[in-house]
Design a protein around this ligand. Structure first.
Ligand code: ADP
Ligand code: MG
Length: 326
């Protein structure tokens, strides 16, 4: 039974790479790391009902379980190469596995990531993906390089996924079938369910950005990690936060701001760059097909402060989503 499921996954996620010496089927996989490269490794678990709503489509779960990991590789400036998939399923549901694998495969193909192994067990639905990638030795982006006076940028727009989740929860509390399907709702839902990892942006930032992180727990929390790791503080201008037309159509300005600052699940990159290199970074990102917005600056001290239109400090309701905090 388990082997049929593994075969179903393998059949749908068969991506050939020259650097995979031995893929799925043996006790472990063998890969080849090119000389002068460092291996970049990360792992993330998605638990049903915690990291995605239980009624999320299996294709979307498959896509997202890889996407959140590729986002971590993007933040390091890495090229993704291989992935491992540990799947815990309540039952041997072939239809679920086929759909899940189709979603996983769509993103894996887009980035030429080969699935080289995994594990399949029975239990409450949970997906753990290990993603592996490469960087030229010594060139990885980290959280630790931010310097006083750097500009703080963020790619894309913020708060869309958290907005989608809030709409979904509100519809759920009104009873099923009442979710309003406006065009903006569809756009926000796809940001929640099909995040696009910013791989090309991460590569473009290598050698230019001083520090980089991907936003999974909310801008305030994740920029806070950069500040802690770099021994600096940051000031954000609330008016500069990039809000999508879809989010602005669905929520009032105060809610948009809160979702953008603390919502989470954005999978955008937040990075810092020396002010003298701002034009260079914008040009490099434009070549990578990505847009970034300047949202603040790095200052001496610690912590993240949010400034309003006239430089006054804005009080924020929460400093980002933290597991086990309630
Ligand atoms: P073992 O008992 O030696 O761990 P398994 O039966 O768990 O072997 O796995 C057999 C092969 O199938 C291994 O190569 C493993 O990496 C692969 N595999 C198992 N589950 C998955 C999965 N969900 N996705 C991809 N590969 C898998
Ligand atoms: Mg095993």
């Amino acid at each position: 039974m388990e082997f049929d499921l593994i075969d179903a996954i393998r059949a749908r996620v068969a991506i050939a790479r020259d650097d995979v010496t031995l893929g799925i089927g043996d006790d472990a996989a063998l890969t080849h790391l090119a000389p002068g490269r460092q291996l970049v490794a990360c792992v993330d678990t998605l638990v049903a009902g915690v990291h995605f709503p239980r009624d999320t489509a299996p294709e979307d779960i498959g896509w997202k379980s890889l996407a959140v990991n590729l986002s971590d590789l993007a933040a390091m400036g890495a090229v993704p190469t291989w992935a491992l998939l540990a799947l815990t399923l309540p039952e041997a549901d072939a239809l679920f596995v086929e759909s899940f694998a189709a979603g996983f495969s769509a993103l894996a193909r887009a980035h030429e990531v080969a699935l080289i192994g995994g594990d399949t067990t029975q239990g409450p639905l949970s997906i753990t993906v290990t993603a592996l990638g490469m960087v030229p030795a010594g060139e990885a982006l980290t959280r630790a390089g931010a310097r006083v006076d750097d500009a703080v940028f963020v790619t894309g727009t913020l708060g869309d996924a958290a907005g989608a989740l809030r709409l979904h929860q509100e519809a759920g509390s009104r009873g099923h079938g009442t979710e309003v399907q406006r065009p903006s709702t569809t756009i926000l839902s796809s940001r929640l369910n099909r995040p696009e990892p910013r791989i090309a942006a991460g590569l473009a930032l290598r050698g230019i950005a001083n520090a980089c992180i991907d936003i999974s727990d909310g801008l305030l929390a994740d920029l806070g990690h950069v500040c802690t790791a770099s021994g600096v503080g940051a000031e954000l201008e609330v008016e500069a936060l990039p809000i999508s037309p879809a989010l602005a159509a669905a929520f009032d300005p105060a809610a948009c701001r809160e979702l953008a600052l603390a919502g989470g699940d954005d999978y955008e990159l937040c990075f810092t760059v020396a002010r003298a290199r701002e034009a260079e970074v914008q040009a490099a990102l434009a070549r990578a097909g990505c847009h970034a917005t300047r949202i603040g600056r790095i200052v001496a001290g610690s912590g993240v402060r949010v400034l309003g239109a006239h430089g006054s400090e804005v009080v924020t309701p929460q400093a980002g989503w933290e597991h086990f905090s309630q």
